[in-house]
Write a protein that binds this ligand. Structure first.
Ligand SMILES: Nc1ncnc2c1ncn2[C@@H]1O[C@H](COP(=O)(O)OP(=O)(O)O)[C@@H](O)[C@H]1O
Ligand SMILES: [Mg+2]
Length: 273
């Protein structure tokens, strides 16, 4: 399984006077589910792009399985670490949904036969079978996001980074994406979710790395970090609904929820017992 080691990473955009990332160190590995949280402009997307070679560190290093990312091609990295752009349209170019999935498989040397089988499975898992002949640009926002994830998960990268997966999603679409990401985590793959949607993050990720103004201000168990009022305020975040509810009611262990009604059921059951 993939291991990502970041050491004293600094990154500055070529035209910028100041660093977008400063002195960042952490390691991620072995099927971890990690949320990268932080305010707008904190450096989340910049960090994600440094983890998959789309950007190269100005100072310090990023290593994938002990190899410095500078010596790897973007394609080699992508084979191990898939990256889903916050705007799925930025990654689409095929005219049909099925060809969007096929493209990466071809690039990574899947035979046509293996690709056909994989496409079938991917479209089925992500609920996109009925759209296989449709133009990706004609899908709804949620479907586009699912296709973007499907076309990357098809080649089975060991880790997946998704940038702002819930932007522009309604409730049902959001929980659909959540189901998909949780199933990837349950397969033992590493999932890194970049978001400022703390309710979404708490429902998927065990760990959080919190950024503020280009620096890591928290790294640890997500629920512990987001229970810390001072840290939450410093990061311009808010507490997840589920943590607030636990604090209000004095109940614990409410994390395993799917819908508001399932939360309420749990609260009622706990209150009764
Ligand atoms: N292409 C770019 N050129 C120069 N500065 C950039 C570029 N992209 C982002 N930045 C700056 O880098 C900082 C971090 O941005 P970003 O990583 O997009 O933050 P986030 O994803 O947390 O909202 C911000 O100050 C932003 O203005
Ligand atoms: Mg961003």
């Amino acid at each position: 399984m993939v291991k990502i080691v970041v050491e004293n990473l600094y990154f500055r955009y070529p035209e910028a006077s100041d660093y977008a990332l400063r002195n960042i160190s952490f390691r991620i590995g072995e099927g971890e589910s990690v949320a990268i949280l932080g305010e707008n402009g904190a450096g989340k997307t910049t960090l994600a792009k440094n983890l998959n070679g789309l950007l190269k560190p100005t100072e310090g290093s990023v290593k994938i399985d002990d190899v410095d990312i500078r010596s790897l091609s973007v394609a080699r990295i992508a084979r191990k670490i898939g990256f889903v752009n916050h705007n799925p349209e930025h990654q689409f170019f095929a005219e049909k949904v099925e060809d969007e999935v096929r493209f990466g498989l071809r690039n990574f040397g899947f035979s046509e036969e293996a690709a056909d089988k994989t496409i079938q499975e991917a479209l089925s898992v992500f609920g996109l079978e009925e759209y296989r002949g449709k133009n990706p640009f004609q899908l709804s926002g949620g479907e586009k996001k699912r296709l973007a994830i499907a076309s990357i998960m098809a080649w089975r990268p060991e880790a997946l980074i998704v940038d702002e997966p819930t932007i522009g999603m309604d409730y049902a679409q959001k929980w659909n994406i959540r189901r998909v990401l949780r199933s990837i985590v349950s397969e033992g793959r590493c999932v890194i979710v970049i978001t400022h949607d703390v309710d979404f993050a708490v429902s998927i990720c065990e760990r959080a790395i919190i950024l503020s103004r280009g620096e890591v201000i928290g790294d640890g168990r997500l629920r512990d970090l987001l229970s810390d009022d001072r840290l939450v305020e410093k990061a311009s975040l808010r507490k997840p609904f589920i943590i607030e509810l636990e604090e209000e009611t004095g109940l614990t262990g409410l994390e395993d929820f799917d819908t508001i009604s399932s939360i309420l059921m749990k609260v009622f059951q706990k209150c009764r017992s």
